[in-house]
Design a protein around this ligand. Structure first.
Ligand code: FDA
Length: 515
């Protein structure tokens, strides 16, 4: 980069100097574009291939630290040489912000080598490093105990680092809340290179890192998580219905019942169309009802028959299994593959380019809106996933200010909108993004209001971005209040206290108040 000039030599020298006990190994985990492994390291954790093109801005250097000293050296030298840092754990940021920056030069600290999962069954807790994936965490718990679990997301390749930083919902949400609700300690490296734990960082910063968004308050290297009890046998089912099989009325009815069930039962609704020639090749719209029940089939069936008889769930649809196998079923869309390899894979369930966002609903949408959604999904777009997750249960009991994630009591369900496409042409990308924006706009009157809620882990830069220089509180509030509601001001206060020069930043990170 012209802006960075020859400074990278000085930067590399600085790195080896300031991690001097370790100078051999830091050079082995430092990659510049001249390095033959640079591209494969960069691409190894790109969660959205929309940001894997020749035009995508690339980092000037990638460091994959194997220890804390190397992270401290990278923070110090990056500041000294005016290099911005992007932190990458699982690389699943929807807008690619963990490995792309619109304001070069920048370095990526990629935590792929810090992925240890230490489960302590006796204390019902675990220390997990940020580079571990959810699948690795579920596997680590599952092989040690059939009756312990962790309430986090569904996709096994999502990284702990970003996921816990933004909240983290999954199929145990109605019973135990979010991943971030169940974090009890953390190790964070701050802008001055200090290693802090819960006691030394203080409760305000500890509050902020559990949901206030990544790349903002420092680098979290490890999290202590509270493991939650589950029965040795849980029950799962998958029921699919096409439009001809009454999917419209089932979607409509689901909105009234899914959040009212006991908190032991989660019935997610996933609407899918996959007409991509590389995979689905079909224009059929199908509604999949995926359920997890913390109990046996004989208790589950009467519950569903009473609360949602229209779904017509039969005993043959249900399977009693362990919690870990249930996670595998969800991760594979109930494909029947129950290999634990699914939890340890690097292969994303979204191998295509995509654009996503989310809405929260406090009222059911009318049948006519569902009909309109079908009409739009039927248009000329390749892949559509709508992921509807019911709230209620524990989510209604946790206060809006308990952690920065504010969407709690009163929410019936959330709906994630995902449009995907394979073809690389700019026209195709624009057509899909335009479609997505029209759908999002169409849903405005039916979604939550004042403000319309959003979720920082479903990052959407359409909601507004920081400015390249200083961003005022008012400008950042445009997107900040949607993600965090009344918690936004406190996040800005914490940011001002711990990183007043805004060193850790991205296009949508909480800024400090101006001095
Ligand atoms: P990534 O590494 O891209 O990080 C995301 C953000 O956090 C970036 O800004 C990054 O800089 C920052 N960051 C990363 N590590 C950090 C660290 N150690 N310290 C400080 N900042 C750090 N969500 C959900 O709640 N439930 C779900 O079921 C799913 N499912 C799902 C499936 C698929 C296929 C995708 C692509 C995404 C999801 N998500 C999700 C969304 C997911 O939770 C969200 O994208 C997370 O931020 C991803 O975390 P990663 O570490 O993988 O991403």
């Amino acid at each position: 980069h012209v802006t960075w000039g020859d400074a990278h030599e000085d930067f590399l020298h600085c790195l080896s100097l300031y991690s001097s006990n370790d100078s051999n190994s830091i050079s082995k985990v430092t990659y510049t574009p001249c390095n033959t492994s640079y591209s494969s390291v960069l691409q190894s954790r790109i969660g959205n291939v929309r940001f894997n093109t020749t035009e995508t801005p690339k980092p000037d250097v990638i460091v994959t630290p194997t220890n804390v000293l190397q992270i401290q050296a990278t923070i110090y030298c990056s500041q000294k040489h005016s290099l911005q840092i992007r932190i990458r754990s699982g690389g699943h940021d929807f807008e690619g912000l963990s490995y792309v920056s619109s304001t070069p030069p920048f370095a990526v600290i990629d935590l792929t080598n810090l992925r240890t999962v230490n489960v302590d069954v006796a204390s019902k807790s675990a220390w997990v490093q940020s580079g571990a994936t959810l699948g690795e965490i579920y596997h680590g718990i599952g092989v040690k105990s059939r009756t312990l679990a962790f309430p986090a997301g569904i996709c096994p390749t999502v990284g702990a680092g970003g996921h816990f930083s933004g909240g983290g919902y999954g199929v145990l949400m109605r019973k135990y809340g979010l991943a971030a609700d169940n974090i009890i300690d953390a190790h964070l490296i701050d802008v001055n290179g200090r290693i802090l734990n819960r006691a030394s960082m203080g409760e305000d910063l500890f509050w902020a890192i559990r949901g206030g968004g990544g790349n903002t308050f420092g680098i979290v290297i490890a999290w202590k998580i509270n493991l939650v009890p589950v029965p040795p046998a849980v029950t799962v089912f998958s029921v699919s219905r096409t439009l001809e099989q009454n999917a419209t009325k089932l979607f409509h009815r689901w909105q009234y019942v899914a959040n009212m069930f006991p908190e032991d039962l989660m019935i997610q609704l996933i609407i899918k169309k996959d007409s991509s020639s590389q995979r689905g090749n079909s224009n059929t719209i199908t509604a999949f009802f995926y359920a997890l029940f913390l109990g046996g089939v004989d208790t589950l069936l009467p519950l569903v028959k009473e609360g949602f008889p229209e779904l017509g769930v039969m005993k043959e649809d249900c399977k009693e299994t362990s919690w870990m196998e249930a996670q595998i079923s969800f991760a594979t869309g109930f494909s029947g593959n129950l290999s634990t390899d699914v939890l340890l894979t690097n292969a994303s369930i979204f191998p295509h380019k995509f654009k996503q966002s989310i809405d929260y609903f406090t009222d059911p949408v009318p049948l006519a809106v569902i009909e309109e959604i079908w009409k739009r999904i039927g248009e000329n777009v390749e892949i559509v996933w709508l992921i509807l997750t019911p709230f209620g249960g524990r989510m209604s009991e946790i206060s809006e200010s308990s952690i920065p994630y504010p969407h709690r009591a009163g929410i019936l369900y959330q709906m994630g909108y995902d449009v995907g496409w394979d073809d690389g042409s700019a026209e195709t990308s624009q057509r899909h993004i335009n479609w997505f924006r029209r759908l999002y706009s169409y849903m405005t009157p039916f979604a939550s209001k004042n403000p319309r809620g959003a979720y920082v882990n479903y990052r959407d830069l359409d909601l507004g971005t920081n400015l390249p220089g200083h961003t005022s509180y008012e400008t950042a509030s445009i997107w900040g209040l949607k993600y965090f509601k009344n918690n936004f001001r406190k996040l800005v206060q914490v940011k001002t206290a711990v990183d007043p020069t805004n060193y850790f930043r991205n296009e949508q990170s909480v800024p400090p108040f101006s001095s």
